[in-house]
Design a protein around this ligand. Structure first.
Ligand SMILES: Cc1cc2nc3c(=O)[nH]c(=O)nc-3n(C[C@H](O)[C@H](O)[C@H](O)COP(=O)(O)O)c2cc1C
Length: 173
């Protein structure tokens, strides 16, 4: 099996991270992988905001918790998050960002870094307290966030087993 297939077939969502930091050069490669994702008409109207500052990550988690009534929400304690955002008016922003997210996940897997899609920002982008933090970290005011990539090394105390794949496949020959 080649490396790409191995990363695809062994990636799983990780829901408990260790506190170990991710090396900067690995994070740079994850961003490179994101930038090489396909985008509608090649417009690349996205931005990738990479946050390793734990205080900012904790504040973001706290805001999600407050806005969504989920006390103690912690995004599973990531060492870093990559926040893809895209122009609100982009017709393909959601699709473009989803492609970038999967590239990040697979590249992360290839480096032994765990990942999970965090969906909680979708509906709270424009809440004033959230927007204020997004302004602070440089997410453009005309951008929307669909998913956040939470990243870190998997905590071995939570075993991650292969998951059976049951989607229907039809071959028409
Ligand atoms: C659009 C989307 C939203 C998701 N949102 C969350 C989320 O908010 N929290 C979470 O723990 N996992 C989230 N996931 C991860 C899925 O639950 C996970 O991919 C699925 O259960 C399959 O497991 P696997 O990723 O280990 O293959 C999301 C995945 C997608 C594609």
């Amino acid at each position: 099996m080649n490396e790409v297939m191995n990363a695809i077939l062994t990636r799983r969502s990780i829901r408990k991270f260790t506190a170990d930091p991710i090396p900067a050069e690995v994070l740079e490669d994850l961003v490179k992988a994101a930038l090489h994702a396909p985008s509608g008409m090649g417009k690349q109207t996205w931005q990738f905001t990479v946050v390793t500052n734990q205080e900012i990550i904790h504040r973001l988690c706290g805001l999600i918790g407050t806005e969504l009534g989920r006390e103690g929400y912690d995004m599973y304690g990531p060492a870093a998050v990559i926040i893809p955002s895209n122009e609100k008016e982009s017709p393909w922003g959601k699709e473009d960002n989803a492609c970038a997210m999967e590239n990040i996940f697979l590249a992360a897997r290839s480096y032994g870094v765990g990942s999970v899609w965090i969906n909680q920002m979708q509906n709270i982008n424009d809440r004033p307290a959230v927007r204020a933090l997004l302004d602070e970290i440089g997410v453009p005011a005309d951008h929307v966030i669909y998913g956040v990539a939470a990243l870190g090394y998997a905590d071995p105390s939570v075993p991650v087993e292969p998951k059976e794949r049951t989607g229907k496949v039809v071959y028409v020959k």
